[in-house]
Ligand binder design. Structure first.
Ligand SMILES: [Zn+2]
Length: 355
């Protein structure tokens, strides 16, 4: 088995959290609250143990964790709002823990599942596209209805979902674990980083936002598949990065697959082409709308071979790997967005829906 950087990071995280009296290096998105929960302790205990005078953490800061480790790497459940009673006629199945940048599904069954409406109040007040949108569950046959959730990168506080039916509300909270990858400092040469200042960038970003706002019915019926037939990942999803020395930390919202220029890029699933053009940052870009607020994005292609409005099927060629836009060598940058927020492509490939 080949370990990707993400796998290694997760294994490292598990090792850290089960080590006794370990020192922990603060990662982007960490809070005292999330670390205390993950380590099975309290904020007050972490403050005491480390002699902290403030609850604000700096990335890279070293913290002592308490001597008695949690039983496993899974964070303990935490509930900032009290849970409400079950809703008559609706059964909900949800993951028990979540990871930053993960896409997930709430499964609703029962005679009244179709009438339920869902939103995620923990998204309120964040820098998030269309926060707390009221969502209609998608029927998937056999009386099961799904709602897609997304865990924002950089946010390790619990995710809260609410399901409403006839004025009654079911509220639950799910703990979120961080991605413990160290910040990667790219120090791009000005010839490449200058593309971030390209005046055409605003128009590029605005066009992409319009694609994120689409809410068409889901059109796929088969599991998602790889976009390129290579397994060499050059940069993992969720990697925190700085592009220039001293620049702000930004997350990598996709996965990079290293492949020779000209390698065929194919659609990860059925969809409609909503963008297909050359742009200053994303380079040769294709965006497919799969419906249900799910879009797949393919960056840096040397050529795109589809047109806006075209319907494509899973596996159809949409372009060729290149190194256009903000790129230092031939690779495909693949993103899987849920209502505009980046989610880990690994959670989609070979699945009909994320877990
Ligand atoms: Zn990338």
């Amino acid at each position: 088995m080949t370990l990707t950087p993400l796998h290694r990071a997760l294994l490292l995280s598990a090792a850290l959290l089960t080590s006794v009296a370990g020192a922990y290096t603060v990662k982007p998105g960490d809070t005292l609250f999330s670390l205390a929960r993950t380590a099975g302790t309290t904020v007050a205990e972490l403050v005491r143990l480390n002699g902290l005078s403030t609850t604000t953490l700096e990335v890279g800061q070293t913290l002592r964790l308490p001597g008695e480790p949690a039983a496993s790497a899974s964070p303990a459940p935490a509930s900032p709002l009290p849970p409400t009673p079950a809703l008559p006629g609706v059964n909900v199945t949800a993951p028990t823990t979540l990871r930053m940048g993960e896409a997930f599904t709430l499964r609703l069954t029962g005679p009244r599942a179709a009438q339920a409406r869902v939103h995620f109040p923990s998204e309120v007040g964040e820098d998030v596209r269309l926060p707390a949108e009221r969502l209609t569950p998608v029927p998937t046959g056999n009386g099961t209805f799904l709602v897609l959730g997304r865990v924002l990168l950089g946010k390790a506080t619990p995710l809260i979902y609410e399901i409403e039916l006839d004025g009654q509300v079911l509220r639950r909270s799910l703990p979120v674990a961080g991605l413990p990858q160290p910040v990667q400092r790219l120090n791009l040469p000005p010839s490449i980083s200058g593309k971030l200042q390209d005046p055409a960038r605003a128009a590029e970003d605005a066009a992409v936002e319009r694609a994120y706002a689409l809410r068409t019915p889901p059109v796929w019926t088969k599991p998602f598949q790889d976009a390129v037939q290579v397994r060499a990942q050059s940069s993992a999803f969720g990697q925190p990065r700085t592009y220039v020395a001293g620049g702000p930390v930004q997350y990598h919202y996709g996965t990079d697959y290293r492949a020779p220029a000209g390698t065929t890029v194919s659609a990860v699933n059925d969809g409609t082409v909503v963008m297909a053009c050359m742009y200053p940052v994303r380079g040769g870009l294709v965006i497919l709308d799969h419906g249900a607020g799910v879009t797949s994005l393919y960056f840096h292609q040397r050529r795109v071979t589809v047109k806006v409005g075209q319907k494509v099927s899973r596996g159809d060629k949409i372009g060729e790997v290149g190194s256009t836009g903000l790129s230092t060598g031939p690779h495909l940058h693949l993103e899987m967005r849920v209502r505009g927020e980046g989610t880990d492509p690994a959670g989609w490939i070979n699945r009909l829906w994320p877990r």
